[in-house]
Design a protein around this ligand. Sequence first.
Ligand code: GDP
Ligand code: CA
Length: 314
Amino acid sequence: VAVLAGGVGAARFLHGLVRLVPAADVTVIGNVGDDLEPYGLHVSPDIDTVLYTLAGLVDDERGWGIRGDSATALEQARALGAEAWFWLGDRDLGMHLARTERLRAGEPLSAATAALTHALGVEVTILPATDDRLRTMLATPDGELDFQTYYVRRQHRDDVLGIRFDGADEARPAPGVLAALAGADVVLVAPSNPFISIGPILAVPGIREALRARAARAVGVSPIVAGRALRGPAAAMLRTLGHAQTPVAVARLYRDFLGALVIDEADAGLAAAIEAEGVRAVVTDAVMRDADARRDVAAAALAAAGFAPVGHAP
Ligand code: GDP
Ligand code: CA
């Protein structure tokens, strides 16, 4: 099973999925458009969120970062006059040190990610969509902002008028990505922001084509429920970029490679409009309020792909 994944929504979905499918049979294709280099350290926020969640370390309340982590280093930096607007916990910082050390030694991001995944005892394969530099840039009324300035520093309050993926044209899929998409029995698109989490993955030349080339179409889970994003700016972005604030717009964004979209019961009335886009609508309770709900949403996505897991205890 291959899964296109952003951060928190995706991580929770994957947490449910690995109760149904052996972790070793799951490959995540992760977003690097949010990556940044504070203090020269390479941080991959979405991949870390997936990793911390699958390793059982995540701060469940926030959905990201390590549970109970201190921030002594950051507080000291602030006390000494540093702005330090990007939150980095102490243990989290250790992760970025370990990653950066490998990158400085010449390893590609995919190899560094594999080593960290292994070190945390996670059996899922986590592949960055690309090893090359790709950064999400947002056009706003105040000019173009890099992703973390928009998202964290300015708390995604600016209207997004356009999106660009810096470096995408020259980026190549990381080793294993195209093979995973071609060879998977099932490809899933996690409930992630279509523009800033899945968009940067699809912007890597070759990935969208590999999805279109599959005989078995991908299955997505809508991140939009009842006209709202359950977290983050997905709904606001749909509006400011000129789309309907509904799962119909999600189906339209993915229709060239999607066979089915899992939507929430609250949106059952939109099923016909989704099917008019050529995408089958599958209605379920799509809100992942607890661990069992995560598993149930993953089960609905697998079932929509015609894949019933057998012999794996929940
Ligand atoms: P980010 O990188 O942390 O912003 O993570 P994602 O893009 O993976 O996740 C944000 C998206 O996940 C938002 O659009 C949310 O609406 C969606 N999301 C979060 N929780 C849920 C949930 O329980 N169910 C569904 N269907 N979507 C969710
Ligand atoms: Ca993200």
